[in-house]
Design a protein around this ligand. Structure first.
Ligand SMILES: [Fe+2]
Length: 243
C-alpha cells in the first residue's frame, strides 16, 4: 500500500470513530429529529458554514510552498462561488434554508461556534509546520461528506420542497477537495514533509470538531428537550418503565 493510501485510511478511520462515538450523530436517525430540532441545528450551523473561507484563507497564508498555496487557493475560489457572490457555498447553504422556509437570521451565533472557529484559527496561525495547518483543514474536508450525508438523510424528508444543492452537488465538490488535498499530501511527503505535523493537525482538528458537535448536541437535543424527554407524556417525571 502506498504511504498516502495508509494516511487517507487513517484519516477516514479517525472521522468514522468520531461519528460513531458522537452523541450528536447518534441522534440523526430518520424519524428521530423533528423539524424544530432540525431548524435549531441548521440555523446554528449557518455561522459555521460562513467561517470556512476564512479558515482556508488563513491556511493558504501559512503555506510555505506554492503547491500548498495553489491547492488551498483553488479550494477557496470554489468555496467563494468561483467569483460569483450568489454561488458561494454559504449562499448555497442559505438557499437551502430559505427554500426550506427557515429564517437564517433566527438565531445569534453561539459561543461554542466562536470557540470552534478561534481554536482552529489560533492553531493554524501558530503552528510552525505548514502541514499542521493543512492537517487541521483536512479534518474538516474529510469530515464534511460523511457528516453531512448522515444529517441530510434525516433532513431531506422534513423539507421536501427545499433546494438541496448544498447537500448534493456541493458535497460532490467537497469530495474533490478531499482528493486534491490527498494528492498534495502525497507530493509534500515525497519532498520530505512531516507526517508528524500532518497528523498533529488532523487530530487537533478532529478534537475541535468533536467539541463542537458535543456542544451543539447539548444545545439542540438536550437543552431543547425540556418537556420532550424519554418519559412518556402524562407520566410523572422520575417514573421509569416498570414502576
Ligand atoms: Fe464548500
Amino acid at each position: 500500500m502506498l504511504l498516502i493510501d495508509g494516511i487517507v485510511q487513517s484519516f477516514l478511520a479517525l472521522v468514522h470513530d468520531l461519528i460513531e462515538r458522537s452523541p450528536f450523530f447518534a441522534e440523526w436517525e430518520p424519524g428521530r429529529v423533528d423539524s424544530a430540532k432540525a431548524e435549531r441545528f441548521l440555523v446554528t450551523f449557518d455561522s459555521l458554514v460562513r467561517s470556512f473561507p476564512s479558515l482556508i484563507a488563513l491556511g493558504a497564508a501559512r503555506a510555505d510552498n506554492e503547491d500548498m498555496r495553489v491547492v488551498l487557493a483553488t479550494n477557496l475560489y470554489q468555496e467563494s462561488g468561483e467569483g460569483d457572490l450568489r454561488r458561494t457555498h454559504h449562499a448555497i447553504f442559505r438557499k437551502f434554508l430559505i427554500t426550506a422556509r427557515i429564517d437564517p437570521e433566527a438565531g445569534t451565533e453561539q459561543a461554542f461556534t466562536k470557540e470552534w472557529r478561534s481554536s482552529l484559527m489560533d492553531y493554524i496561525d501558530s503552528q510552525p509546520g505548514s502541514l499542521s495547518a493543512l492537517g487541521v483543514l483536512a479534518a474538516g474536508e474529510f469530515l464534511a461528506q460523511p457528516a453531512l450525508t448522515r444529517i441530510f438523510a434525516v433532513i431531506r424528508p422534513l423539507y421536501p420542497d427545499a433546494d438541496v444543492e448544498y447537500f448534493t452537488t456541493h458535497l460532490e465538490l467537497e469530495a474533490d477537495h478531499v482528493q486534491e488535498i490527498a494528492d498534495f499530501i502525497a507530493r509534500q511527503l515525497a519532498r520530505g514533509g512531516s507526517a508528524h505535523d500532518l497528523f498533529s493537525g488532523f487530530r487537533f482538528g478532529i478534537g475541535q470538531w468533536e467539541n463542537y458537535f458535543d456542544r451543539i448536541y447539548e444545545y439542540v437535543f438536550v437543552d431543547n428537550n425540556l418537556g420532550y424527554g424519554p418519559v412518556p407524556y402524562g407520566m410523572p417525571s422520575g417514573c421509569v418503565q416498570g414502576d
